[in-house]
Design a protein around this ligand. Sequence first.
Ligand code: SF4
Length: 410
Amino acid sequence: MATNEGDGITRRDVLGLGLGLGAGLGGAAAGAAGAAVLGGLGLPARSSEAGESPLPQVPRRTLGRTGKTVPILLLGGMGLDKRFDPKIAEAVRFGVNYVDAADCYLGGSSEAGLAAYFERAKDRDRVWVTTKSDRHDPKGFEQTVFRSLENLRSDYVDMYYLHALDDPDRLDDDLAVTVLRLKKAGRIRHFGFSCHGGNVPELLRKAARTRWVESVMFRYSFRSRGNAVLNAAIDAAHEAGVGLIAMKTQGAEAGLRDAWKRFEKTGKWNKHQAVLKAVWEDERISGAVSQMDTFDKLRENIAAALDRTPLTSAERDALDRYARATRPFACDGCDQLCSAAAGADARIGDTLRALMYHDAYGETGRARELLATLPAARGLSSVDLSAASRACPHGVDVAGLMKRAGEVLA
Ligand code: SF4
């Protein structure tokens, strides 16, 4: 773990971020209560509600043509407790008042978990909620919106996404009519989609041409530097006023552990902080979703967001070296390349994403849930995975990793 020996926020300072949550939520986070000092910034950690200096707030950026501002650090719904999560209150205290949920996250409980939080915190109007529908047809989308509203126990959703869109033709006139009707009724305030497959650039360009698409959340990380096709598509969407949210910012890899250890002593940030800072350096990106399943991760990421110091050239070099060294372990989800070579709809990208959840995030349950929906779970004995390995432009060992996915997630 890197520490800061300079004049910014140290890891020790990070761990000392103030936590007055117990008072705010009736002791819900008693173990987190306290009045520590954000040492590196020399700011008090108590809130203005307690009559003392206000807490530092994470910077905000405008989310495209929505005209609304969002914090650069966004709370990923997959990292929250599905019953009630006091981390939300702590995040909100530092201005991280955006939660990214979905109808399917946490086994379908992420929205209900948010409702439980709002019930106690009474701050629904202070928190931006994005949630998503796995159904992309107009009727299914509308049904999912109303189910989300019930789950959230809310009259509205701030942003509603089509989840993991891969077919740009889904953004048709029928869906536009449904979206505009839901917006007019005040049920959804903004609309967009998320995407992380191999056709992200195509989908971004489609969003740039589709006026009623206000935001796109897409796979984007330090690995994206130098990707001319992706960056041109980001430019087009950004210039058209599409609000851009980054996800999968860790550039996480499957089948590889501890690779960062060789790099983590470079600079003052740990890997999780450094990769977020790399994304925030791109002003086209309004915010980055991070799954922060512990208070420590939340505090570290808030500290990274509060510190406006850019990455040093040595830190950027370390990230670039890390990106190169781990490239064969990071799958971009461009299934059309390797699955086609395998001669089957093997869903290789999704299977390796499940393995990544297991290997990089330690989320075995989530990984198994995803894998259970994929062919890998049922065996791929008739598929030529060696051909898939040869077809991957990034040198991913498809055969080896698919085998590993089957073994560790069985
Ligand atoms: S294994 Fe390679 S070709 Fe296949 S989805 Fe992943 S990055 Fe794309």
